[in-house]
Every structure is written in structure tokens, then in C-alpha cells.
Design a protein around this ligand. Structure first.
Ligand SMILES: Cc1cc2nc3c(=O)[nH]c(=O)nc-3n(C[C@H](O)[C@H](O)[C@H](O)COP(=O)(O)O)c2cc1C
Length: 205
């Protein structure tokens, strides 16, 4: 029995393809594992931008923190605790101006925490959140997996880097791309993703 964490971040509400497909994967895995499913909707409840209170607070011992620092660090602690509890994370991200939504950036700014989710080893930084499986669903209007626009993918590659930095290296990527390149391309993108998810869930069974 494993614990699944679904993190969604698209600001496009019920139109969001990353939310739709990440939810489908998370529910499919939860049904198979019989374990709990926790949903973290970063658009309904966006983490704040990080502040001086957070940056100072997290390097100040708990008994010396100001009330403002206590509150700011608690936001990060709650998000890290939730992530640590999960065996499987399904993360949905829809491209906004070539990168992930800012809600998701704010989430990473809280969970990327020295000595908590990454440490400094002799050979450089070392991720501490090991042993988890991640499914990353990235949606984009254009095509970024190959071709002329690939160098401008500051979403999937960036998210893979951030996940790896905190130790989440076992990542399966599902891309929904080319959705603004006309109705046929959009239909094909959805159909390809549905096929990919069927195969992925069959493997996860
Ligand atoms: C404000 C905004 C900015 C966007 N910026 C880009 C972009 O830079 N490149 C791109 O290929 N698509 C862009 N798109 C299209 C989205 O990436 C596309 O609709 C994708 O499906 C969004 O993910 P979602 O369906 O999970 O919301 C943008 C859409 C919006 C609403």
C-alpha cells in the first residue's frame, strides 16, 4: 500500500490538461495501491512568494524565531512533511511563458530547503528525498520535446532538474504538447497522452 500525493498547479481551472491527466494517473495509481491519496492544489491554495521572514526564519533556531518567521517556516514545513509522507508523487504543470506556473515555482521555493531536502556532500549538493516515484505531467501549447522550440523548454527540463536536486530522480514524464497548433494537433496530443497513460498505468499495476 503506497501513499500518493497529487500536486496540481495550472491556473486554467477545468480547461487544464496537466491537471486532468495528472489526476487520472494519481487516481489510477491510488486505485491499484489501495493507499491514501492527498491532493495539493497549488492554484486553489497557492504558497506565498518567499520573504525575508522565511529566509531568515529557516536558519534561525525554532526558539529564537519571531512570530512572523514561525508562520513563514511553518508553510514550508507543512509542504515538506506532506511530500515526505508520499511514496508516489504525481505533479501537473502547464506551461506559462515558457516555464511552469508561478504557483509551482513558489512550491519548489518552499520544499527546496538546505539540510532538510538537500544536503551538501563532498562532491556537491545531494538530494535527501530518495526512494520515491514521480510522474511528471507537463502540458504546453507548442512542441518542445524536439524541433526548433526544444531549446526554449524551461518547463520540463527545469522541473526535472529541481526534482533531481532534492533527490527525486525516478521520474516518468508525460508530455501533452502542441495543443495550440490547430484542432487536429490538439486532438492528437490528447489521444497520444491517453495512450501513454494507459500504458503507464498497466505497468504500474
Ligand atoms: C498565460 C498563458 C501563457 C502561456 N504561455 C505559453 C508559452 O510560453 N508557450 C507555449 O507553448 N504555450 C503557452 N501557453 C499555452 C499553455 O501552455 C497550454 O494551454 C497548456 O495546455 C497549459 O497547460 P494546462 O492545460 O495544464 O493549463 C500559455 C497559456 C497561457 C494561458
Amino acid at each position: 500500500m503506497s501513499h500518493t500525493l497529487l500536486v496540481t498547479s495550472s491556473p486554467r481551472g477545468t480547461d487544464s490538461l496537466s491537471t486532468r491527466f495528472a489526476t487520472e494517473i494519481a487516481e489510477g495509481i491510488q486505485t491499484r495501491s489501495g493507499g491514501p491519496l492527498t491532493v495539493r492544489d497549488l492554484t486553489a491554495n497557492p504558497p506565498p512568494h518567499i520573504t525575508p521572514a522565511y529566509i531568515q526564519g529557516r536558519i534561525t533556531s525554532p526558539e529564537d524565531r519571531t512570530p512572523e518567521q514561525v508562520e513563514a517556516v511553518k508553510v514550508a514545513q507543512d509542504l515538506v512533511d506532506e511530500l515526505k509522507l508520499a511514496d508516489v508523487m504525481v505533479l501537473g504543470s502547464g506551461m506559462i511563458n515558457f516555464g511552469p506556473p508561478s504557483q509551482l515555482k513558489a512550491w519548489f521555493d518552499h520544499v527546496t530547503w538546505p539540510r532538510v531536502t538537500f544536503g551538501y556532500g563532498e562532491t556537491g549538493p545531494k538530494g535527501l528525498l530518495t526512494g520515491k516515484k514521480v510522474y511528471l505531467v507537463t502540458a504546453a501549447g507548442g512542441v518542445f520535446s524536439e524541433g526548433a522550440w526544444a531549446p526554449f523548454d524551461f518547463q520540463t527540463n527545469y522541473l526535472l532538474h529541481l526534482l533531481g536536486f532534492i533527490g527525486l530522480t525516478d521520474v516518468e514524464v508525460v508530455r501533452v504538447e502542441g495543443t495550440v497548433l490547430g484542432p487536429d494537433a490538439a486532438k492528437a496530443a490528447v489521444a497520444n497522452t491517453e495512450t501513454a497513460i494507459k500504458a503507464l498505468l498497466a505497468k504500474a499495476a
